[in-house]
Structure formats: C-alpha cells, structure tokens
Design a protein. Structure first.
Length: 368
C-alpha cells in the first residue's frame, strides 16, 4: 500500500521563490518617494510592497477576489471535543448559502465572490438553480461547490482520519477548484465542528509544541470540556506517533476541508495569487503547505491573530505578523474579509498616490 506522502506527492506543484532584489528595490523606492515622510504609512507600506512582489506588478491591482469557505465534518467530534453538535456544520453551510452568516455579510459588503466548498459534510445539499458546474458566483450570491470525499473523516482516535487516496484527492480537488476561479486573490475560510482539534494536532506534530499549550476552547468549551479535549488529543497524537511528515500527519489527523485547502493554497501560490489567511484552521493548512513548499509563505497575507492559543504559536513558527489583533475566533473567513479593505488601500496608495516630483512638493532635503 502506498503511503500518504507518496500518494499525494504528485499533487504538490513546484513553487519558486519570488525573491527579486531589483524589483523589490524599485517598488520600495516608489513607496519612499510618495508625498509623505519616510515610512509614515507604517505597515500599509509593507503590505503594498508584499502585494506588489506577489503579483510582480509595480502598480498592483487586486482583481475578482475569491472567498473560499471549505466545509467538512470530523469523526473525532464524536469524542466530545467541541461544545457544538456536528449538525452545526451543515446548518452553517445552509446559512452561508442563505446569506445570513458573518462571512456572507462581509463578502457582500466588500464585493468578494463567496464560494462554499462541501469537502465532506455529513449531509447532502440539494442542487440549486444557480449552482451548475460551469457557473461562477454572481455578485452578492454564494456558489456551492460539491467536492465531497465522504460524510466526514473517520475518528482519528481509532485510526487515520483519511486514507492516502482520499488525502491525495483532496489536494487535487483544491488545486482544480482554484484553477477554475478567476482573479488574483484568494481569501481562505472554513467550517467544520471539531476542526480546531485538527489544527492543534498538526501544530503539535509539525512544530513540536506541547499539545496542552496549543489547544483552546474552540467553539466555547468549559474548563472540564477543555481538559477532556486535551486528553483525547493526547491519545490521537500518541496513536499516530509515526506520522511525522507533513502529508502523513495531514492524512492521519487532518480533515477533508483542511486537506482540500492545502491543495488550494499550493495552486494559488503556484499561480502567484495573493493568499489572505484567516485564523487558526486556515493557518494550519498554510503550515502544511509551507512544509511542502516553503515559498508558499511569500504569497501569504495573514489577516489576524485569533483568540485561539495555538494560533499565536503557529504564526510565530511561520514568521508571520498579522494585520489585525481583535481576538476573533469565529472562523468562516471572517477575519480575512475584515482585513481585505487594507489590501485594497495598500494597492491604491502604491498606484495612485503622487510622488514628490509629480506633485511639485519639496522633499525634506530640499527644505533644509
């Protein structure tokens, strides 16, 4: 039998570094000579430079941004690792499609195409008239993509969450979906009762963090529930002690939505799209992707630092400094959507703000 690493390796594209000293210097020079004191726009300047380097454009323009919310259920949820029942996953997918969820509201507000991806929800969703296979989301309307690998993963406290074949197919599904979508920016979101457990397990295994210190309350467990969750996750980590490589760990302890997201991240990075990362679970997908192809991180903008204790440590391992720190812990892509206007402003500053020479404004050295 082929191992998860071997079975999935073909779905991992080569991703080269974006490092281009001459281009970076040219863009930085343009930013430094805008009509402002040097560095006066702080991190907005850093963000503008990052987007320019990702897209390879001196005057970057973000086009047709796509919000992808990956949804699936987890067999481990049967062990009581979440405060909410598994039915909430499919109910929230219905809420996304009805336009009532936080990410639905924010996507409408900011003109983001909302794509909801059924990667393995424990329920079938009826076909909708607006969801033929060849149709993209319309403005203000969500689109449901059916990429179901099963009705939730298996209980990873009893064995691997998914097979090598399922893990490989998830990666391919994510990549193929990105190839179908227009635009040059991808915003990541997720929905799946129990998926903070997968994120904590992946962090503990791939980064060596103590599980008890990177496991949080998730959807709102009390102290007793959190202690039970940590105990269950310790069992899982011990059971899969041999799953040390990124794809082995993903197959053993991940979720269908996380694995599909890894494939989407890798493809978006290969296409030089701007990848806007949401919270703990989406960052876990980026962690796995970056362990496969480190240059993935050059394409990422981390939207926020969440209230989950593991997210702080995960961001530190990735060397990421998020844009916001609002103690968000909803998921769905809500933090990515909230941060989106900052990316738009960064591009506008770089593309539209006058230089000292263009505006006829004296520089500091000229005034001295």
């Amino acid at each position: 039998m082929r191992t998860p690493t071997t079975d999935s390796a073909a779905a991992v594209p080569a991703i080269a570094s974006l490092a281009d000293a001459a281009f970076t210097q040219r863009v930085q020079h343009a930013i430094d000579h805008k009509t402002k004191p040097l560095g006066a726009l702080g991190r907005l300047e850093q963000l503008a430079l990052r987007i320019a380097c990702i897209l390879g454009q001196d005057r970057p323009v973000l086009q047709q941004p796509q919000m992808l919310v990956f949804a699936a259920d987890h067999g481990l949820a049967a062990r009581g690792v979440s405060a909410y029942p598994v039915d909430v996953t499919w109910q929230m997918v219905e809420n996304f499609m009805a336009g009532g969820a936080a990410v639905s509201v924010l996507a409408r507000q900011h003109g983001l195409a909302l794509n909801v991806v059924d990667c393995g929800v424990a329920r079938d969703f009826p076909a909708r008239e607006q969801d033929p296979d060849d149709k993209l989301p319309q403005p203000g309307q969500p689109r449901l993509w059916r990429r179901k690998l099963g009705y939730g993963t298996r209980d990873c406290s009893q064995g691997p969450a998914m097979t090598a074949t399922e893990c490989a197919m998830a990666l391919r599904n994510g990549a193929a979906l990105v190839r179908q979508l227009p635009g040059n920016a991808l915003l990541l979101g997720e929905m799946g009762i129990g998926n903070t457990s997968s994120a904590s397990l992946l962090l503990a295994r791939l980064c060596g963090e103590p599980l008890a210190e990177v496991t949080g309350a998730g959807t709102g467990l009390d102290a007793a529930g959190l202690a039970r969750k940590i105990g269950v996750l310790q069992e899982v980590l011990q059971l899969h002690a041999q799953a040390t490589e990124p794809l082995d760990a993903l197959a053993a302890m991940g979720g269908f939505e996380v694995a599909t997201m890894v494939g989407a991240v890798l493809q978006a990075a290969a296409e030089r799209r701007v990848i806007v990362v949401d919270g703990f679970i989406t960052t876990a997908a980026v962690l796995v992707a970056s362990r496969l192809q480190p240059a993935v991180l050059e394409r990422c903008v981390f939207s926020h630092r969440s209230g989950e204790p593991g997210h702080v440590r995960m961001l530190a391992h990735l060397g990421a400094e998020p844009l916001l720190d609002w103690q968000l812990r909803l998921g769905e892509g809500s933090g990515a959507a909230l941060a989106w206007p900052l990316l738009v402003s960064a591009c506008a500053m770089l593309g539209e703000m006058a230089s000292f020479a263009q505006a006829g404004v004296s520089t500091r050295s000229e005034q001295a």
